[in-house]
Ligand binder design. Structure first.
Ligand SMILES: [Zn+2]
Length: 343
């Protein structure tokens, strides 16, 4: 009798110590969005877009250094790779590059496993390669293109990780996908969607970031804005979710100018999200528009608008939070690209 009593007491003490299971609905995502700060973005970018990284040309030493930088940061954050162990790199072989002679390269992958719907995956992507050094030795630092998207992903990943540590991990899994070879023709993202680590049928959405650190041509007088492209192309629900998140938390100007089918720039087809859209996965592409330093050696980290970059990264984080945590994945109600082409 006595023995049993002691045991019961011990068991109840243990039970008291274990944290009460939490529901993500109790969390305030703004608390985690606010861990994304201009100072941390600046610190990352002044390294990532420095001359030491030699313009991060695909397959070249600067790109390798950039890949190592990302791996080191994910390890510091204790965010694992879906490839297991210490392997954060998906090798992209030379043979898949069709423009010129490109050495093997790698996509960098990290992920947070979902709590209740781990088999469903949200992909947040940006390319981390750029165009290297020209014949005169000018280094193209690519601070905006796409250092801005890359460091935004690191901060978004950190915010999700902090939430998870507080017991508010996302319901769905989130893959942080830093792709290579964008500047060689969207090669890294194509390689990923041809060789997905998670089934594409279970990939619920792709949020792609390519250039969100500057003010684009013609937007000099605008307030806080970002161009959104593709949000309504496959899923009305994703578009409405994105609008609602912005209205609730940030109230930025979401500019859909480049979402127009007749826009000659055709940006919907020009960055890595396209490889997901092609596979019927709803996407949103976040973009600041082009500017005088686009693809110039003058795209340097001192010219980045860090407050605006942080605000845009928060918008993407909060949108990702909603996609990862709502009951249903965004419903595809629009014709797919194949259907539109009459295939
Ligand atoms: Zn780019």
């Amino acid at each position: 009798m006595k023995k049993v009593l002691v045991f019961t007491l011990a068991a109840s003490l243990v039970a008291c110590k274990a944290p009460k299971p939490k529901s993500v609905e109790e969390a305030n995502p703004v608390e985690y969005a606010n861990t994304i700060t201009p100072d941390e973005l600046r610190e990352h970018l002044f390294t990532f877009a420095s001359d030491e990284f030699e313009g991060r040309e695909t397959g070249e030493p600067g790109q390798k250094l950039a890949a190592e930088y990302l791996k080191t940061e994910y390890k510091k954050l204790e965010i694992p790779s879906p490839l297991g162990e210490d392997d954060y790199f998906q090798e992209v072989p030379s043979s898949v590059f069709t423009r010129g002679d490109v050495k093997p390269s790698e996509n960098v992958l990290a992920y947070i496993k979902g709590s209740t719907l781990p088999e469903e995956v949200l992909v947040i992507s940006s390319h981390y390669d750029h165009v290297g050094i020209d014949d005169e030795g000018n280094i193209f630092n690519g601070a905006d293109d796409d250092g801005s998207g890359t460091v935004a992903i690191l901060e978004i990943a950190e915010a999700f990780k902090k939430a998870k540590e507080d017991g508010f991990g996302p319901k769905r899994s989130i893959l942080f996908l830093n792709v290579t070879g964008e500047e060689k023709g969207l090669v890294g993202s194509k390689y990923y969607t041809d060789n997905p680590v998670f089934p594409l049928a279970q990939t619920v959405t792709n949020l792609n970031i390519d250039m969100i650190g500057r003010i684009g041509e013609g937007k000099e007088e605008a307030g806080d804005y970002v161009y959104l492209i593709g949000s309504d192309k496959l899923s009305t629900e994703l578009h409405e979710l994105s609008e609602a998140v912005n209205q609730k938390y940030l109230n930025m100007e979401l500019d859909y100018k480049y979402n127009d089918e007749n826009d000659p720039n055709r940006f919907y087809y020009r960055s890595d999200h396209y490889n997901f859209a092609k596979n019927d996965i709803p996407i949103i592409f976040y973009f600041n528009g082009v500017h005088e330093d686009y693809h110039q050696p003058t795209d340097t980290p001192d010219k980045i608008e860090y407050d605006l970059l942080a605000k845009r990264a928060k918008l993407i984080f909060l949108t990702a939070w909603e996609v990862a945590n709502r009951d249903q994945r965004p419903f595809v109600d629009k014709p797919t690209l194949a259907e539109e082409a009459g295939e």
